[in-house]
Write a protein that binds this ligand. Structure first.
Ligand code: ATP
Ligand code: MG
Length: 350
């Protein structure tokens, strides 16, 4: 396999309120990668419109949320000068490559995607074609930069596997042309997930078997990054638990999804293993543990939320970050797309 330049790509949808799951599972993990890799962090607004406007709130709300996700990236410590921060719709190569991938991916592959089944719900006939094809656009997001590493939460693992399948099939289907165009034995890398550590899947505060999600209708199911201290405290106090005290060992969390989730959140926020949390709080009542969790969450999210609000108050600055990032992203994506056209056999102006 050809050697590829190491590059990180990841995206967050501007749909609804960013929550603790997005932060612990994705955004906070983007930050340290900046030391080791060239990183591209994208607000994937074209993914947002795969659900009906009534879900994401319509055009004004979409604009607001694109800027809010950008603010979260910056507030978390992503450096838009050393790396690239932009919104997907400003770089049309994503959509262009997605079409080619729609012709590479098989219907059977997409039929297996659990996110589609969950988001389409019972009325599948009424889901958008875009929601169904979401994973091929995600593959294009990653591969239009020939990115090699993708930090995502555990819920996106299946889509990343599909991205690898698309890359592999394109490399196989066009093997001769790839070699003839001077790209050796593979044009696209097989991007690897960067999913590690505790709390890769933060669950809903109301139901420990469902993931915390922007699109959950109940605001009590999640802690939003912009929630104030009182709201955070109230949500954690109301979070579902069970009547047993906390166990002293991890094995005791089995079959107790809500307890497991709260311990996982504590561990991730504090940056320690679950076992250490249980050594401290095992045998005690939830009320004591919850009080400590409230302090920890408020300490973490307070400054982040305040910085996000400050940045959102300056939309001209946010927009300038996005357009500068889009220019630099396009400088990478355009030559890749031109090469894909040559490999595929499209005639293009030189
Ligand atoms: P939606 O419900 O609209 O799909 P979402 O909350 O799943 O929203 P996305 O924008 O789809 O958010 O995902 C952004 C990133 O956050 C992805 O890397 C995803 O894996 C991660 N993520 C989302 N939810 C969780 C969660 N509950 N726990 C850990 N990571 C998560
Ligand atoms: Mg999602």
């Amino acid at each position: 396999m050809a050697a590829f330049k190491e590059r990180v790509f990841s995206g967050v949808q501007p749909t609804g309120n960013l929550h603790l799951g997005n932060y612990l599972g994705a955004i906070s993990r983007f930050v340290p990668l900046q030391e080791k890799y060239d990183c591209i962090y994208c607000v994937v607004d074209m993914h947002a419109i795969t659900m009906p406007p009534s879900v994401w709130g319509g055009p004004q709300e979409l604009k607001r949320q694109i800027r809010e996700v950008t603010a979260a990236f910056l507030a978390a410590g992503i450096d838009p000068k050393r790396h690239i921060v932009f919104n997907q719709s400003q770089v049309s190569e994503h959509a262009e490559l997605a079409w080619i991938f729609n012709c590479v991916a098989r219907i059977g592959w997409l039929n297996r995607m659990t996110q589609f089944k969950e988001k389409a719900g019972k009325d599948r006939e009424n889901a958008s074609v875009g929601l169904y094809a979401y994973p091929t656009l995600m593959a294009a997001d990653i591969l239009v930069y020939r990115a090699t590493h993708v930090p995502v939460g555990e819920d996106q693992k299946q889509h990343l596997e599909l991205t690898r399948d698309v890359a592999q099939k394109f490399n196989n289907d066009f093997a001769e042309s790839i070699a003839a165009c001077g790209f050796g034995d593979a044009f696209f890398p097989l991007a690897e997930p960067l999913i590690q550590g505790p709390a890769m899947r933060i669950m809903s505060l109301r139901d420990g078997t469902k993931k915390m999600s922007k699109s959950d209708p109940s605001d009590y199911s999640r802690i939003n990054l912009t929630d104030d201290a009182d709201t955070i405290a109230q949500k954690i106090r109301k979070a579902k638990t069970d009547p047993e005290p906390l166990p002293s060992e991890e094995k005791g969390l089995e079959g107790r999804p809500e307890a497991d989730n709260l311990v996982g959140i504590f561990a991730a926020l504090k940056g320690v293993p679950r076992a250490e949390v249980l050594r401290e709080f095992g045998g005690g009542q939830f009320s004591v543990f919850k009080a400590a969790l409230i302090d920890l969450a408020v300490d973490h999210l307070g400054p982040l939320g305040a910085e996000m609000k400050r940045l959102v108050g300056d939309p001209a600055y946010i927009d300038s970050v996005l357009s500068d990032g889009a220019d630099r992203a396009r400088a990478i994506a355009r030559p890749v797309m031109d090469a894909v056209k040559d490999i595929t056999g499209f005639v293009r102006r030189g």
